[in-house]
Structure formats: structure tokens, C-alpha cells
Design a protein around this ligand. Sequence first.
Ligand code: IMP
Length: 432
Amino acid sequence: MSAIIVVGAQWGDEGKARVVDWLARDADLVARFNGGDNAGHTVVAEGLTLKLHLVPAGILHPTAVGLIGAGVVVNPTTLIKEMDELVDLGVDVGPARFKISAAAHIILPSHLALDGAREEARGKSAIGTTRRGIGPAYADKAARVNLRAGDMINPEQFADHVADGVRAHNRRLEERYGVSGTVSPEDAAAEYCEYAKRLAPHLVDGTALVGEALEAGKTVLCEGAQGLLLDLDHGSYPYVTSSSVIAGGALTGLGFGPKEVSRVVGVAKAYTTRVGAGPFPTELLDEIGDQLRGTGANPWDEYGTTTGRPRRCGWLDLVILRYAARINGLNELALVKLDILSGLEWLKVAVAYERDGERIAHFPAEFGLEELAKWQPVYEEVSGWTEDIMGVREFDDLPAAAQNYVTLIEKQVGLPITSISVGPEREQMIVR
Ligand code: IMP
């Protein structure tokens, strides 16, 4: 068949795992292509709430094989913990079902220390990273000094390189940030030697696996992490993550060509959220924002899956979704969490930005944050609905105001909305 790419259309946490879980029913291979354990992918299935950070969410379907692609940075500590949790739940993550590209990069404990030290040093202008070592690991990758998963083939040699890497990081921590002794090179080497023995059987040539699957007519589902505005090149820099999160990132992160792509699905929440610092034009700092966030009592409330931080919440921003449609070449949108808007008498949707009487319909990303800050959202106000929609399975059974909300998005963004989630459970989905 072909490659289907699923990407986030906002600032991450859109509910991509929900959509991946749905599409994975028909996939042969489900592959993560970017990021690391900064991602938090929640799937609620059969009464269980699973929070995954590295293993592709699609692996919960027994027929799909999971792959961590070359574009990912892997923290083996997190990965092994996650694999053990999945085994306890009866999910097969043995080498035949779960594979790691030899070209994926490795996160060391000292990458986490560097991430934290850099954030502290930034003070008020901290990015608000997840402190998982993502930025420092990608920086070492670009500097061509990082360890790759394939190095685990020889655990003892790998351990020596781990110790060398930690020593180099410790020097940097001391010289640049005045921090010393956070990570012991010897302890890290011993730990990573054991990780290597455990993970080596999972190593594969990821591009060959993807290529052969496509050649054989199979479906490869490419699972993105984070969302467009956290993209290193096209997001709200510098308040971004350090990887390519867009559809193009699937091609570089997994190693296949554009002609294989049959479908690009952009996942958007029915409102907008953001964790960490940086601009957010439609942010709500009032009780409506609090209502959207929830109290944290439910796993689907707006608190970070990885860090537990409260997410900033705001109205839906169609300027951002148009930007996502263009940059990713989206064919369709999957709309998530429509049920959360139930009970609001009226809703606002940003349809454009304006300043000094000038209106624009596109997201002004390239000239940086100062330029972006000059623009104010232009809202259209629409009716809300009070009905509980969690039991609805057909579009026509939604309240008229909810149907109008969906139709407005489609018209403004110029894309069909092919699925709508109305609750956290797998089945709480309207497929059109
Ligand atoms: P980092 O990826 O940990 O370096 O964090 C950089 C920025 O991306 C911060 O604003 C994080 O909050 C944000 N971020 C990283 N991963 C995710 C995610 O999975 N969901 C939402 N935000 C994320």
C-alpha cells in the first residue's frame, strides 16, 4: 500500500496517539520518526490508560510491528521501563515486534543534566523544555559526536564511549555552567552496558524495514511527535523542540521518498493548548481557560503527560491550522476532544490576525517572535452547545451548533475533517 503520516497541527498534545491507535488497525508497520521521550502519547483502551513516550502507540494492535526510526533520540532508561510496563500488560514488545533503527541516536544521563543547566542559565527566557535531554542530544548529533543505537551491538565498547561522552559533558557542565559531579561516567557506563545487551536484539536497518514493507505493498503508519509550532525550522523559534516534527520529518526520519506518501493526517484539538514558554495568540487566562484545562483528576485533563505541567489553554486558532495544512501538505484533519467544549454557551475561533487595520490569514512565523507579538487574533463568535456528545457516533447526531463548528473549521482551513473524537475511549469517535 503506502505511507500514511500523522502529525500534530498545533503545539503538540493534540491527541495524535488516539488517531494513530485508530489507523493502526490497518497498518503493518507503525514507525516513530522524530523526538524522544519528551513526547507523551496517551491511549485509553479497554479500561486501561497507557502513557507512552517512545514505543509507537500503534503497537497496541497485535498485528502491527513497531519501529523507532533514525530521526528519534532514544533514552534507553525510559525505553526499557516502558517496554517492561507493556510486557506487564501483556503487550508483546519482543524483537520480532518492536525494532529500533541502528541510526537512531542515544540520550545520555549527562544530556539531561545539560538540558537542566541550560534552562536554569536562561532564567526568565527559559524555553520550558521537558528536561529530557532532547536539545543537547540533537545538538551532539548535528555536531557529529553522538552515540547511535547501532553502537550497542558491542556493549563493552559502547560503555567506554558512554563514559567518554559523559566526561566531555561533565567538563562542559563545569566550565560553562559551574555545575559539577552530576553524573558519574563509570556508573553511566555500567548502566548503559546492560541496556545495550537488552536492546541489541531489537536493532535493525530501519530504512530497509520501511522500504521492504512499502515494496511489498504494506501500510506504513508514520507517527509524529509534538506539533507544527514546535518544529525546529517552522515553529515559534526558539520556543520549539529540536527535531523536524512535520510531514517532511517522516521522510528524513525514516528514510523513504515522497512518492510513497498516500495520506497526511493533521491532528488538531478542538481548542488550542501549549506547554512551556513562548507565544500563544489565542491563550485564555480566565475561567474558560481553567475549564478547558480541567482539574487534573482525569488522565485526559490538560496536564503534560511527560512533565505533569498544566497546559496553557486557548481558543481554536484557524490561522495555525491553515499554516499546518500548507507546511505538511495535509489531506485531512482529525479533530480531537470536541466533547470538552460541551457546556460553553458560545465559542470563539480565530479566523485571521490583524494589526493597525491590516489583516492576514497566514501565520507570520519566519520573522520571529517580535513580529508575531504585533498581531492580534480576529475572532468569529459562534454558538456553543450544552448537550453531552460523548455517546454520539454519527456526525448527523451531533447538536446543530457542534456540526456548525466542525463545518466552519473545514471551510476556513479548506480540508475535510475525517474523524472527530468525542471522548477518551477508543470507540468514542465519529468517523466520516
Ligand atoms: P524539549 O523538546 O524537551 O526540548 O522542549 C522544547 C519545547 O517543546 C517545550 O516548550 C516543551 O514543552 C515542548 N514539548 C516537547 N515535547 C512536547 C510534547 O510532546 N507535547 C507538547 N509540548 C512538547
